[in-house]
Ligand binder design. Structure first.
Ligand code: SF4
Length: 449
């Protein structure tokens, strides 16, 4: 006999913002079907861990979280149900079910839209432990209810899902399926709903936002979508993340430059600059083109904040090729930069490549780049002292001398630094005009004007 899903659900969302939206969608559907969402596993009847399975550290974090909860369940003897969802589940679903007997249900990324059905199944008397791993083809729409974190003025908006790029180091296409875009009207409807819920900043995401629309019959353009979003009343900031250097076009950069609501922030994960490594990674872009995009961005927007991410230790990265990357970091002067050490992922083309580099050497290379970037970031941040910036106030600060923590347009949530604000005379969710009075390697400090 099937019941309506009832009881208390706690969701742990690991990994990136794309996974967070899946958690919000599953939470929204569960709540609409009658479940109560609770803030900790101890209060819950069901705990769902929405995992990331992108690279080794993410897999380790996910496994550790699952094992801790499984151990807690065993010790307490409580009738707690454990669900493992998300990317790790899509990749290793059957193994997870076999190896961890405390896990009751494993569902892959294709099952996000059927979460209520799975919660109903869990509630049946005859339920048997299972792993449901289907084709990863789910694409959310504005009709899916979403839960949002309380008090937030920022929300991510997924304009597409999946990826068809096949970079040789990446397992995402097999986990998340082919690139598929949402219709512009549906995205605009969701944006309007978010604005109605008090959201001031919308962050557009997808595995590769710059292939947006290519799979749709009408071939909508990302630049038009940006312009339409910028015309929505009530929205203050729009930010575009995950642009691919092979696909970003001048019209997208012009749209960002041309609308005051769109943050002059370009997230351009270049991964490497050596042409032979770029080819081996199947990035579909040359070092020359990467340099062109950077200079075009700066020509159109002299105040642009540029972020990138890099991979060090990819097979075949000789000392000479690494040196090229390090020199490029000095030359490009990115405002924000992250470095991953190459993670050999089974099932990817790069996993079969020879000339592998040891973990210690990869870490040494990462540390060299991070040390270089720390100096650059410090120098870049110093330049903003004395400037006037809009700051979105996000939380109270417990740092001495500062009442709030916020972000300016140059700072994306979670990945970049923050702006500390001295004054008490504001509240969370407001955008205040602030003068930057100090800066360190990652953060800015200021006061409300
Ligand atoms: S663009 Fe490349 S790195 Fe990014 S998700 Fe697609 S295959 Fe992976």
């Amino acid at each position: 006999m099937k019941n309506n899903p009832s009881g208390k659900l706690h969701i742990i969302s690991l990994g990136c913002s794309k996974n967070l939206i899946d958690s919000e969608v599953m939470g929204g559907q569960a709540a609409a079907s009658g479940m109560t969402l609770v803030g900790s596993p101890d209060q819950a009847d069901i705990v769902m861990i929405n995992t990331c399975g992108f690279i080794l550290p993410a897999k380790e974090e996910a496994l550790e979280t699952i094992l801790t909860l499984a151990e807690g369940k065993k010790k307490s003897g409580r009738n707690l149900k454990l669900i493992v969802a998300g990317c790790l589940a899509q990749r290793y679903g059957k193994e997870l079910l076999e190896e961890i007997p405390e896990v009751d249900l494993v569902i892959g990324t294709g099952e996000v839209g059927r979460i209520v059905h799975h919660l109903q199944r869990l509630n049946t008397v005859k339920y048997e432990r299972s792993a449901v791993i289907t084709k990863p083809d789910f694409l959310m729409s504005s009709h899916h209810g979403r839960i949002l974190s309380p008090d937030t003025a920022t929300a991510y908006l997924k304009i597409s899902d999946g990826c068809s790029n096949c970079c040789t180091y990446c397992a995402i296409p097999s986990i998340r399926g082919k690139a598929r875009s949402r219709e512009p009207d549906d995205i605009l409807q969701e944006a309007q709903k978010l604005i109605g819920r008090g959201i001031r900043e919308i962050i557009l995401i997808g595995q590769d936002t710059t292939v947006y629309g290519r799979d749709l019959k009408t071939h909508p353009k990302l630049s038009n979508l940006l312009s339409e979003l910028a015309s929505l009343p009530g929205l203050s900031w729009i930010r575009l993340l995950y642009t691919h250097p092979a696909h970003i076009t001048a019209d997208v950069l012009e749209a960002i430059a041309g609308h005051s609501k769109i943050c002059r922030y370009i997230d351009l994960p270049v991964q490497h600059i050596d042409d032979s490594i770029l080819t081996a990674m199947n990035r579909g872009v040359s070092s020359e083109r990467i340099r062109e995009i950077i200079s075009l961005s700066r020509r159109l927007m002299p105040d642009v904040a540029l972020r990138t991410s890099l991979i060090v230790g990819f097979p075949g990265e000789t000392q000479k090729r690494f040196k090229r990357l390090l020199d490029f970091v000095k030359e490009a002067r990115f405002d924000h930069l992250g470095v991953f050490t190459y993670s050999r992922e089974e099932g990817t083309a790069a996993a079969k490549m020879p000339s592998r580099i040891g973990e210690k050497e990869k870490e040494r290379r990462r540390d060299l780049i991070m040390a270089e970037q720390a100096e650059l970031s410090y120098a870049i941040n110093q330049k903003w002292i004395g400037s006037v910036q809009e700051v979105l106030i996000e939380e109270e600060s417990d740092r001495k001398g500062f009442a709030f923590i916020g972000r300016c347009r140059r700072q994306a949530p979670e990945i970049d630094g923050v702006t500390y604000i001295r004054n008490h005379s504001t509240e969370i969710g407001k955008i205040m005009i602030c003068k930057i009075t100090d800066a360190d390697h990652y953060d800015l400090y200021g006061e409300i004007l």
